[in-house]
Design a binder for this molecule. Sequence first.
Ligand code: ZN
Length: 208
Amino acid sequence: MPRVFVQGNPMDHYPRHAPEAGRGSVRRITETGEDVLHKPCRDVTEFGPDLAALIDDMFLTMYIAEGAGLAANQVGVDLRLFVYDCPDDRGVRHVGHLVNPVLESQDPAERRLLDDIEGCLSVPGAAMDVPRPDRAIVRGQDKEGNPLTIEGTGYFARCLAHETDHVNGRVYLDRLSKRERKEALRQVADRREDVYARRAANIEAIGS
Ligand SMILES: [Zn+2]
C-alpha cells in the first residue's frame, strides 16, 4: 500500500509540505460568526492562474495553522474549493485540492457513523466529538477543470465531509447540540489566544 496519495494518485515519495505552499502567501483565517462561513459558496467557473494562486495560499495557510484541511471561505473567499493534507485510519497520507466538491450521498441503511474528535481552524482551540460516516466519496474538479473523484476512509473521510460542509456554508458546530456548541465556544474563549500565538510563531519560523 503506498503511503501517500496526491490528487487521488499513489506516489512513492512526497515532500513534507505540498510544493504549492512554497509559492503561497499566508492569509487570515476567518472565524465562526463571520458571514462568509455561514452561507453556501459560489461555484468556481474560472480555472486559471488566480485559482492556482489561491490554492497555493490555502496550502501555506493550512500548514501555518497546523490544519488537516482548509476551505476557501476559511480565508474569506466565497468559492467552492478546499485543500487537504490528512492521514486516514491506516496511516496513509492524502494531499490535494478539490474544486466544486459534492459529497456523494449514502444509503442510510449502509452508512456507518463514527464518533471522533474534530476541530476546525475557524473554531480556534475547540475540539469536540462529531458523528461522521466512516467513508466518503467526493466528486469535483481539479484546478484545470478536469473531473476528479476523491474517496476516503476513517479520519480522511471525516476531513472530506468537514470541508464539503464548509463550502455548503456549514461549520461542525452546526452538527452539535446546543449544549455541546456552548462547550466548544467555551473552549475557544479559553484557548484562542494560545492558538493565535502558535500560528504567529509558525509564520516567524517560515520567514526566518
Ligand atoms: Zn473547518
